[in-house]
Design a protein around this ligand. Structure first.
Ligand SMILES: NC(=O)c1ccc[n+]([C@@H]2O[C@H](COP(=O)([O-])OP(=O)(O)OC[C@H]3O[C@@H](n4cnc5c(N)ncnc54)[C@H](O)[C@@H]3O)[C@@H](O)[C@H]2O)c1
Length: 260
């Protein structure tokens, strides 16, 4: 699949979010980014559930980065209604409008939650694991991946499914909720390293429909197949969290149900 060229227009959903703002900042150096979100400054305001808003924002776009998620407010992920509307139907509508516009390349911000039961069982996260979600959040991420894979089959879109685990700043261990963590485990990944992987996926010649684990905490290589990510994307995480105290990976039950 032919890669994007530099300065191509790229739509980023969830652009005002914790990760999205880093995606926009990094990708805008090489592409012409159109940030799309329901909130925030300097973005195209619109919802991924609004076809007209997506059609207008996607005019002339050559690639799509799906990075939105239903807000993780108290109780939000106890019931499927809103998470399915925003995460699943919203992603599907983005992909449908993209297909109609002839967009040939998609980066989906997924999650290790799609293999959450294997994660909780402390199995090595290989790329051939079947989905094993637990909890509504994980289920929505799994359905996003299944939907993106369908669009790959149906329309020949090149799809990179990026699977970060726990997004946290490599400068100070502050996460999306503004919480500063006392330590890190292997699941940590800095948002700037996710943005670097997204950039590489947009530029990768011959991309099919592929999943890439993105973790970079201590000994991440022993827990997930980031060797493939490095080899295939030419990706090297810049933030390895080596100067911070180590913390044991969360208890299985928490890892299973947590929406991040
Ligand atoms: N934060 C983590 O630790 C983590 C871990 C793994 C995967 N992820 C994935 O990363 C992506 C970004 O997560 P984040 O942590 O930056 O979350 P976030 O909540 O900070 O950002 C999500 C953004 O999506 C926007 N949004 C919500 N509803 C929308 C709608 N209807 N239309 C358009 N935009 C909408 C929000 O306004 C927000 O700006 C998500 O797909 C999430 O599943 C995050």
């Amino acid at each position: 699949m032919t890669a994007l060229s530099l300065r191509s227009p790229v739509l980023v959903t969830g652009a005002a979010g914790f990760l999205g703002s880093h995606l926009v900042e990094a990708l805008d150096r090489d592409f012409s980014v159109r940030p799309f979100d329901v909130q925030g400054e300097s973005v195209i305001h619109g919802s991924v559930t609004d076809r007209a808003a997506l059609e207008s924002a996607m005019e002339g776009v050559e690639a799509l980065v799906i990075g939105h998620m239903a807000p993780n407010r108290a109780g939000m992920y106890d019931d499927p209604a809103i998470p399915f509307d925003i995460n699943v139907k919203g992603a599907a509508l983005c992909l449908q409008v993209a297909a109609e516009r002839g967009v040939k390349r998609v980066v989906l911000i997924s999650s290790t939650a799609v293999v959450g039961r294997d994660l909780a069982a402390r199995r090595f996260l290989s790329r051939d694991l079947p989905p094993s979600p637990h909890g509504i959040y994980a289920l929505t991420k799994t359905l996003q991946e299944a939907t993106a894979a369908y669009f790959h089959e149906q329309y020949g879109m090149a799809v990179a499914m990026l699977r970060p685990a726990y997004v946290v700043s490599g400068d100070d261990l502050v996460d999306k909720y503004g919480n500063r963590k006392p330590g890190v485990d292997w699941q940590a990944i800095d948002p700037r390293d996710i943005a670097a992987a997204a950039r590489a996926a947009l530029l990768l010649e011959g991309l099919g429909c592929e999943a890439f684990y993105l973790v970079a905490g201590p000994e991440a290589e022993e827990h997930a197949d980031i060797a493939y990510t490095m080899q295939r994307l030419g990706w090297r995480p810049q933030y390895r969290f080596g100067d911070f105290p180590r913390q044991a990976a969360p208890a299985a039950s928490a890892a299973l149900i947590q929406a991040r």
